[in-house]
Design a protein around this ligand. Sequence first.
Ligand SMILES: [Fe+2]
Length: 178
Amino acid sequence: MLKKIINLLNLEETTLASQYWQLRKPFMKKCTQCPHAVAEYGDPFSEALLLLKKPIIEQAMEETLLPTYSFSRWYFNKGELPLHSDRPSCEISVTINICGDKEWKIWMKRKESKAKAMALSILPGEGILYQGMKYDHWRKPYRGRECMQIFLHYVRANGPFNSHFRDKRQSFGVPHGK
Ligand SMILES: [Fe+2]
């Protein structure tokens, strides 16, 4: 499953998210996964989106899901996403474009398949639904000034990873492992 979701956030939600993350940006931690980026795990704003948008993601997947966690990242000039695949808490994921000043493709390649890698790009408010355990994914260095993306992660309610509900935390909106 690899699909674009148009209007995942409406214009007002996209603007709100963009303004919120502009205010948070100076206080965010250096990203441990991506160079030239700052990131936040489980921020309450993005966790609220994780819960709010669950029905749309379920409709796209035609399956009941359980939310695990959200991740929010500002990428800056030369920022990139190294090639990787995801852990079980990210069985079903959506990356949402919040704002950016240059088009930026995410590359996806189905693991253990001879199919070519696919490049997808989205506008602010749009999302890409993907299964990050099954697809290697990456982004090449960003040529714009800055770009903000929010990731929402879920597991199938009846799937093999449903014990990862809430990423095994006590509540939403708290750090990993809490
Ligand atoms: Fe990933």
